[in-house]
Every structure is written in C-alpha cells, then in structure tokens.
Design a protein around this ligand. Structure first.
Ligand code: F6P
Length: 367
C-alpha cells in the first residue's frame, strides 16, 4: 500500500524540528520495516506551515513546486544538526473568524491526495490540527515549543536548547556584571508559562526569578537585591519571564497588537523592573532581553534525541492509524495522547510546589 504523508511545522520555530523531520523521513523510508508495515511512504514537506496548505493550488505544477518539498533520506540527511525549521513556519491561524480558511485546507489536503498530515506545533497549531481532525483529516501532532506549556507530555521540542542558551548567556553576563558590581535584569521568553525562567534560574543560580504564575511586588524585588548587596555579593542576576506581571498593575508590553491567535506580543517587563531598581536604589542596573536568541542556534543533544523519538513515533502512529493524537513523553517513555486532552489546559508552573513566593526563586528545600 502507498501512503502519502504531509508534514509541516507551524507557530514559532525552535531547535529540534529539523531533527524530527530527519528521523520521520528516515523511519518512513526504512527498507527493513516495509514488509512488516506493508506500506510504502511518500513524504511531502509543506513549506511555511499553514500558509503553505492555504495558498497552494494543487492543480498547478508551479504552485506545487513552490509549496511542496518532497522529502527523502538523501534530502534530510544533515537536517538533524540544524536549528530552526528547514520547511519554514508561520503564525497564521487558518480558523481566524474574520477569514476562516479551514475548508481551503481540507480541500487542498484532498486535492494533494494526502493520507495523513503530521503537524509539528505548539498549543495553537495543534489546536488547528485538532479542528482539522474534527473535519475528517487524519492528523498526528508532535509537541514543539520552547515554552514547554503543553500538557499531557513531559517534553516539548526546543525547550532544552532554549534553556541552554539562557544559561550560557547568563554565564556571559555574569563576568561583566561582576566586573562592574551591577544588577542585570535578564528577560526570557515563555509566554504564560514560567518554566524557562524557573529552570534557567536554577541552572544559572539567578538571585531573583520572576514568573507569570505569581505576580511580583517590585518593592520586594528591591528588598532582596539590597539584602544581597549588604551580604557582600558583587552582582545580581534577576531573571524575569516575559509574561511576569507586577501585582496590581496591568501587564507590560513594549509592542502593541496581537497575533492571529489573539495573543499580545510580550516583552518589556524587564525594562520596567530595571527602571524601577534604578529609580528606587543606588544600584547600577542593566537590562538584557534575550528574545529570539533563545530560539536560535543548534539543537542540544537532548532536542536531537527527542526529535528522533518524536519523528519515529509519528510514523508508527500513522502505521497503526492512531489519528487525532499527539506524540507524548511520559515518565521517560514515548506514548501518545488524544489532541483533545492535550488542549484542555496549559501546563503552567505549580507555584505551591515549585516556587518560593517570598524569596522569588525555585522552592528547592524538601525539608
Ligand atoms: O511560543 C514560543 C514563543 O517563543 C514565546 O515564548 C514568545 O512569546 C513567542 O513565541 C514569540 O513569538 P514571535 O516569534 O512570533 O515573536
């Protein structure tokens, strides 16, 4: 039996996507598995995420050439070691109520003769995948987001690479902070989830960590910094998640507007904190927003391995016709969960268990 599979990446890029595609293709073309599976795969890489499936005119050859990249092992051979996504991605919401293109995607899926579609995405993109599944498409999801905010999986591609960037960038800032006896406010990503800040803070020993799940009081931040200074510390790192918010105040955004899924463009809270410290103390402060540096660069060994496992699992799910589900890592094992379940809630930091709301950092003590 011949099986034609489309694969696309949607939403923010991250390290590990290319590795997933590499291993998905390698598994699909694994000659040893053909007799057992009774399937011969054809893999079509769809360019630029949902945009590719919305804009393609399948009946026109030039359009197919523009939006489709036929994938074979010899094409993806070296992809596993590169960051970003070689297929490209966009943040378009095909089900945007103002210009609903859901049906266009369903029609194009059919016109392309696809038997299944693998979507490498985060909460929003997998939400689109689920709607398409409800419309009858055979969809498999692969969890990907540096925010690690998808529930029903212990891992989402890209998190470890982003965490390593945060850690190594803070290492860099430490030397200059120490030389000048300065406070550095470092802003990381994560949207509504504080995982990158919390774990980045643990890895780098940041003095203060602020997360979206617990509103901070600026006076308390300043108190903690003064206390450290009094104790003789030369410098301090305050690591703040872009979604963190001062108590009793509205969220702080440098950029106006929202994306296709209705999310505000985050970023800027670190600037507010730095300014307040400068205003209210004699401490010298600098502010660094890491922004997209966290998403760039080569995947860590962990993201390459997870990409491998997730990519192979997606093909296995197609073979066993497990559609409408997302690949998942649970307690060290690869499994799958219904997309519907994964989309019921976001995976946020459990403040009571993991965060010290007085010291503004991880709750490390177990006694
Ligand atoms: O969801 C991943 C993420 O990197 C968030 O942490 C961040 O808020 C957002 O994407 C940034 O999106 P964009 O790349 O569209 O600016």
């Amino acid at each position: 039996m011949k099986v034609k599979v489309g694969v696309l990446s949607a939403g923010g890029d991250c390290a590990g996507i290319n590795s997933t595609i590499h291993w998905l293709v390698y598994s699909a073309f694994d000659r040893d598995l053909i007799p057992r599976r009774g399937m011969m795969f054809e893999i079509l890489g769809i360019q630029d995420g949902w945009r590719g499936l919305m804009e393609i005119k399948p009946e026109k050859k030039e359009s197919r050439n523009k939006w489709i990249m036929p994938l074979k092992p010899e094409i993806v051979r070296t992809w596993d070691r590169y960051g970003g996504t070689r297929l490209g991605t966009t943040r378009i919401n095909p089900f945007d109520p103002k210009k609903d293109k859901g049906q266009v995607i369903v029609d194009n899926y059919k016109k392309l003769g696809l038997d299944a579609l693998v979507v490498i995405g985060g909460f929003d993109s997998l939400g689109v995948a689920y709607k398409l599944y409800q419309k009858g498409l055979k969809v498999v999801g692969i969890p990907k987001t540096i925010d690690r905010d998808l529930s029903e999986t212990d891992y989402t591609l890209g998190f470890d690479s982003a965490l390593n960037v945060i850690t190594s960038d803070i290492d860099r800032l430490r030397t200059t902070a120490g030389s000048h006896r300065r406070v550095f406010v470092v802003e990381c990503m994560g949207r509504r989830a504080g995982w990158l800040a919390l774990e980045g803070g643990e890895a780098s020993g940041a003095a203060v960590v602020l997360i979206p799940e617990h509103d901070f009081v600026i006076e308390r931040v300043i108190e903690l910094l003064k206390k450290r200074k009094k104790e003789g510390e030369r410098y301090c790192i305050v690591l703040v998640s872009e979604g963190a918010k001062p108590k009793g105040m509205p969220s702080i955004y440098e950029r106006r507007g929202r994306d296709g899924f209705g999310h505000y463009y985050l970023g800027g809270v670190g600037g507010f904190i730095a300014e307040e410290i400068q205003k209210q103390t004699t401490l010298e402060v600098r502010y660094v927003a890491l922004r997209h540096l966290q998403r760039g660069g080569t995947p860590t060994a962990h993201d390459r391995r997870m990409g491998r496992k997730f990519g192979i699992a997606a093909i296995d799910m197609i073979v066993s016709e497990d559609f409408g589900r997302m690949v998942s890592l649970r307690h060290g094992e690869i499994t799958s969960v219904p997309l519907k379940k994964a989309l019921e809630r976001l995976n946020l930091v459990d403040v009571e268990k993991l965060y010290n709301t007085m010291a503004y950092k991880s709750l490390d003590q177990i006694l």
